[in-house]
Design a binder for this molecule. Structure first.
Ligand SMILES: [Zn+2]
Length: 476
């Protein structure tokens, strides 16, 4: 080899090896931080981070501290707090009675009260019937609900096959404004939200009793107004607070990329007053201390960067295990509209790379935007066997975003044997593996920054079914 060529060659080898050393160093440093964060969140002293308990608050404060170190802007600028408290539905009836034309119906079977219902003793009056398909305009022009129990039949219409929660709330308010003294809701479509509409956590409080009725009562009522109706409701409200932890990196952009994962877990099921070391503490190291730690790690990496095209919003969700309450709460809040979210990245259980063999990582939601495939194609995934999946149904926090038509991408190393057992412990986490996954996700974010923005596309039912089969049944 000629001398000058030799020198250039040696120089190139040095440069390329120093680059890979740099990447390796970044992965090693990331591994150490993951070890620290997952170790803390999945420690016995966190008692399994169950939403509604003080241990959840303790974990939320731990995450808040890490967000603050990254100099993210807190969700509450006035108080400087990154915590956003919300209630989730946990209430029972002291008493709930419904009589129509002197026939009594069964509580919790034929009818129930919504979380925001007012308490009332022996209210009685006549029913008035409204079909939602006739539209809110129709309701507005009608002024005859004074002293009535309005039966709201939420069938949906051709534009909106299943009414959203805020549609229902606005209907209820319209009825009350026109003198209604009680509301009986009926949901014929049972799509999407299903019964969640009526048991929903995020319903506001109403000044009148609001009940939901089942098909049986609806049939008895027929479409006629003028049935006599007697209602008593007394709700025992035991609605513990949970906390989303929210930090924002404002780059002055129009749109925001949302990076999230839940930090709550299932606590100590069946144990009333656990003590440290209790064998029943479900530590949830993989589910989902691994994902919460991943959110922190990505926050550290992104906030250290300059010249970004998007703003970045980081959320550690709570009460996921209770039914995605944290992510629903965020998506139904005003914050959701304010941040103008371009797409969301969900991290749920990313700590067990290699346990099912072949370093498999499942990537869900790829059918939520056409652009995902193009972006993924350009990103080097050395060391990972990506299983590309189109769907992603209501089993993690991406789902409320999907319902709100936000494209999503969701990473997981899948369900292992220890899932939702007390043995989901930090010792079983593949820290290096998680660091390698995050290194890959960082490259993906870089690629997404310079690619056309993903545009939401509706995911077909077969995509969702196929995704579930590949994830949970075939585990290929
Ligand atoms: Zn989870």
């Amino acid at each position: 080899m000629e001398r000058s060529v030799k020198i250039i060659f040696i120089f190139m080898v040095l440069v390329s090896s120093s680059l890979s050393i740099e990447a390796q160093n970044a992965i090693d440093a990331s591994e150490l931080r993951l070890r620290h964060d997952i170790g803390a969140l999945a420690n016995d002293s966190m008692f399994g981070r169950e939403a509604g308990y003080s241990s959840e608050y303790k974990a939320a404060k731990f995450i808040e501290k890490a967000f603050s170190k990254c100099r993210l802007t807190p969700i509450n600028k006035e108080t400087g707090s990154y915590l956003k408290a919300f209630d989730f539905g946990d209430y029972t009836y002291k008493k709930a009675e419904l009589w129509i034309n002197n026939k009594q119906y069964r509580t919790g079977v034929d009818f129930g009260a919504v979380a925001g219902s007012a308490d009332i003793e022996n209210w009685s009056g006549e029913t008035a019937f409204i079909e939602e398909r006739n539209g809110l305009e129709n309701l507005k022009t009608n002024n005859s609900y004074k002293g009535k129990a309005v039966v709201l039949d939420m069938k949906g219409n051709e534009h909106n096959s299943s009414p959203g929660i805020w549609d229902i709330v606005s209907y209820i308010h319209e009825c009350i404004a026109r003198g209604a003294e009680a509301i009986l809701l009926f949901n014929a479509s049972h799509n999407d939200f299903g019964n969640r509409l009526f048991n929903a956590d995020s319903m506001p409080s109403f000044p009148v009793p609001v009940l939901y009725i089942t098909h049986k009562v609806r049939v008895d009522l027929n479409n006629n107004s003028g049935a006599t109706c007697k209602i008593s409701v007394e709700i025992k409200r035991k609605r513990p607070a949970a906390h989303n932890v929210i930090g924002f990196m404002d780059n002055g952009a129009q749109k925001t990329i949302m990076i999230g994962g839940h930090f709550d877990h299932v606590g100590t099921p069946g144990v009333k007053d656990p003590i440290a070391g209790d064998p029943n503490i479900h530590n949830g190291a993989d589910d989902n201390a691994s994902g919460a730690a991943a959110v922190l790690e990505l926050a550290r990496w992104i906030t250290a960067r300059k010249g970004l095209r998007y703003n970045y919003l980081f959320i550690a969700f709570s009460a996921e295990e209770k039914g995605l309450f944290g992510s629903w709460n965020f998506c139904n809040s005003n914050d959701f509209k304010l941040f103008n979210i371009a797409w969301m990245l969900n991290l749920d259980m990313v700590g067990r790379l290699g346990w099912s063999g072949k370093n498999r990582v499942d990537v869900l939601g790829l059918a939520s935007a056409r652009e995902w495939k193009k972006i993924l194609k350009k990103v080097d995934h050395t060391g990972l066997k990506l299983t590309k999946l189109g769907g992603g149904a209501a089993f993690s926090d991406h789902y409320p975003f999907r319902v709100h038509k936000v494209p999503f991408i969701y990473f997981t190393t899948g369900l292992e044997h220890e899932y939702h057992k007390p043995v989901d412990d930090p010792e079983l986490i593949n820290y290096k593996g998680e660091a390698v996954i995050l290194d890959y996700i960082e490259r993906l974010i870089v690629e997404a920054e310079r690619s056309p923005e993903p545009e939401y596309k509706k995911i077909g039912l077969f995509r969702d079914i196929g995704t579930v089969i590949k994830m949970f049944i075939l585990k290929m």
